[in-house]
Write a protein that binds this ligand. Sequence first.
Ligand SMILES: [Zn+2]
Length: 263
Amino acid sequence: MIDSHAHVGFKQFDEDRDEVMIRAKKAGVTGWIEVGTDVEQSRRAVAMAEKHENVWATVGLHPTDIEGLDEAAWLELERLAQHKKVAAIGEVGFDLYRGGDLDEQKLVLEKFMELANRYDLPVIWHMRSSDEVDVNEVLIEYLSELYESERPRGVMHTFSGNMEQARKYLDLGLYLGFSGVVTFKNAGELIDIVREVPLDKILIETDCPFLAPEPHRGQRNEPAYVKLVAEKIAELRGVGLKEVDQAITSNTEQFFGIKTYGV
Ligand SMILES: [Zn+2]
């Protein structure tokens, strides 16, 4: 089992990072993707991936952090993206939840998409709408207008759109990432989406330290808990955990072009 989206480099893990790794292994979580959100976290992700066989890094800039993107920062991100244990570009995308300028975010996004295409890396998409603008609609329209050769592979991290948007993303060749949100009592339409999406298009993730699944909701999340997400997906689809685990682990390895060892 692989957690496809974790932030173990965040300060919330400064006190017990090693124990978190041990607990993940004990839970059967053999590895994870350490996701960069800015220059510093991308650098930390690469360092973590260098140190641990079953950790891979991504290089990205969270859409709420694009203000710091000057020339020096971009050069550093470009440099990091070429590291052999970098498995994706991201997280990048649109986030208007607390304000933000969509046009500015789009300009930055285009730079990262060009980077992903240049090094043949998939993109981890972060999408968070405001009350006024549904950013999933914006992205679907944008990606639909591109030539297929311009459109990188990608996963919608913690997918939070509706059924129609899920189908459109699948048509665009994207994967959907499900997190602890699927275990929440107010998951709503997401439950139907989890049941319908082809198993070979699903990735699982924690987004730790955020979004802890039930029964840990509200507490700090960690990679070990991705097992609870897998269990919920198995339950919702009426299949065994083993089947879900094997399929999703294989998806994850293919998607990122990685191979976990010592499973
Ligand atoms: Zn994240």
